[in-house]
Design a protein around this ligand. Structure first.
Ligand code: HEC
Ligand code: HEC
Ligand code: HEC
Ligand code: HEC
Ligand code: HEC
Length: 315
């Protein structure tokens, strides 16, 4: 059973007075300069994301402990819909007891067997297969089938479960003292219940629109993944040639140093030949562009002038 199953459908946030009070306190503390982290004052309203997207994954949307509106409604609301493990990495990685069935570093999430609807078109030269590991790990949240906090090894002793159920996840206590009453996934009925346009109740206002991040299991409207890179590449073909090679991957070695770096577009090879997967174009920790701000949407390099696309495609 998917771990995203609700424990209850009722919403625990009818009390708008409490929420408004939190919001007012946050604003007041910003005005008085009581909040030392200036970002928390800037976060409200003037940016499309409350995160600075600088320096570390902790400042990105992949920090699922997010409580950027400390003391305000957002921190508290998030605590009722997902476990706040107080650690950024643990939503994806664990130092022990990781999922060895998937080719991903120390992976802390189960990969339920799912059949995806794959991209097809009459002009493809390769036949997309089911997504490979470097896509399945992203889809373990982005297909919306599992709760985002569904990890196999929660922090602390004796908190391991290879197939984390809502009951197991609910044994966690949030530091705020509010136990999650449901563990939500990134899909229309769950996280998107607040994080989609047109939501009017006060406890939903201000929630960023995540509709496009809820990729689901139908990949026909997404750039193909699990698709081999054409063997015929180089001058005179539709394809550039990945010059770099390491065990299990080929990469476009833009600085020619022979190392596969996070800013370089890559192809994953699980034995069937180099393939495009989510990780080909994205690094989920963020990659700094010129300056310190990460490339938008976790891209390995900026896509200005379609630079990401033109790394592989010769058009
Ligand atoms: C009851 C409504 C509600 C639900 C359900 C909800 N959120 Fe939120 N969330 C909010 C609100 C409101 C904010 C805006 C907070 C702010 O920016 O201070 C927010 C902010 C966020 C942010 C920060 C966005 C940004 O860029 O500033 C992330 C990430 C997030 N939520 C993830 C999730 C995930 C993942 C789920 C499902 C597990 C979820 N939320 C479920 C109401 C909700
Ligand atoms: C949202 C999920 C997610 C979070 C959170 C996350 N990682 Fe990762 N991490 C990944 C994925 C996916 C890969 C594999 C990337 C690939 O295939 O190219 C990875 C790979 C790595 C690697 C291998 C080298 C590399 O960069 O590919 C290291 C080391 C690593 N992560 C450390 C961390 C640390 C430390 C944290 C917390 C500060 C963290 N990660 C948080 C998803 C995550
Ligand atoms: C632990 C769950 C989890 C995993 C694993 C995960 N993500 Fe996410 N990701 C999220 C959540 C939650 C958001 C917030 C939704 C949003 O920002 O639209 C998000 C947001 C994003 C965004 C939008 C960022 C922005 O600022 O708009 C991108 C791009 C993304 N993820 C790509 C990936 C890729 C690629 C992988 C695999 C390498 C991955 N994610 C793995 C949970 C996850
Ligand atoms: C061939 C390159 C490529 C591959 C493969 C790829 N993406 Fe992306 N992705 C992009 C680009 C480019 C963008 C930015 C689109 C934009 O700016 O509108 C993006 C945007 C996103 C976003 C943010 C959408 C938005 O507009 O906020 C998410 C989430 C995401 N990708 C997840 C994934 C996941 C999960 C996979 C694997 C199933 C994947 N991507 C595979 C290139 C790719
Ligand atoms: C990592 C290499 C890589 C990157 C980066 C990349 N692609 Fe692709 N793309 C492929 C491969 C491989 C295929 C499958 C080609 C085939 O089967 O003939 C493909 C397929 C496509 C298709 C479908 C072609 C068809 O015949 O139906 C389109 C359109 C496309 N890519 C556009 C883009 C765009 C736009 C970007 C940038 C956002 C991009 N690609 C980035 C490798 C890449």
């Amino acid at each position: 059973m998917p771990a995203s199953t609700h424990n209850t459908a009722a919403n625990p946030w009818p009390d708008r007075r409490l929420l408004l009070r939190g919001k007012a306190l946050q604003r007041l503390s910003c005005v008085l300069g009581l909040v030392l982290l200036a970002g928390e004052c800037l976060a409200d309203g003037d940016l499309t994301t409350g995160f600075s997207n600088q320096a570390t994954i902790r400042n990105t949307r992949h920090n699922l402990t997010q409580r950027q509106a400390t003391g305000g409604p957002a921190g508290v609301i998030m605590d009722t819909y997902r476990n706040d493990y107080g650690q950024v990495c643990v939503y994806c990685h664990t130092p022990h007891g990781s999922n060895a069935s998937v080719a991903a570093p120390l992976w802390n999430r189960s990969i339920p067997s799912t059949t995806y609807n794959v991209y097809s078109s009459n002009s493809l030269t390769q036949t997309p297969s089911q997504p490979g590991s470097a896509s399945l790990i992203c889809l373990s949240c982005h297909d919306g089938q599992q709760a985002v906090d569904a990890v196999m090894n929660m922090p602390g002793s004796g908190r391991y479960n290879a197939t984390p159920s809502p009951g197991f996840l609910s044994t966690w206590s949030n530091p705020s003292g509010l136990g999650p009453f449901a563990h939500l996934g990134l899909n229309e009925a769950e996280c998107l219940g607040c994080h989609s346009p047109g939501q009017t109740p006060i406890y939903k206002v201000g929630a960023a629109d995540f509709t496009i991040a809820a990729i689901g299991t139908d990949l026909r409207d997404d750039h193909p993944v699990g698709v081999k890179f054409p063997a015929a590449n180089g001058n005179g073909t539709d394809w550039k040639t990945p010059g770099g090679s390491v065990t299990g991957a080929k990469f476009f070695d833009e600085n020619g140093n022979g190392r596969m770096e996070k800013g370089e577009i890559r192809l994953y090879d699980y034995g069937g030949g180099p393939s495009v997967e989510c990780g080909s174009c994205h690094d989920p920790h963020g990659v700094a562009t010129v300056g310190t701000i990460f490339n938008a949407t976790f891209l390995r390099k900026p896509n200005s002038g379609s630079a990401v696309c033109l790394t592989c495609h010769s058009k």
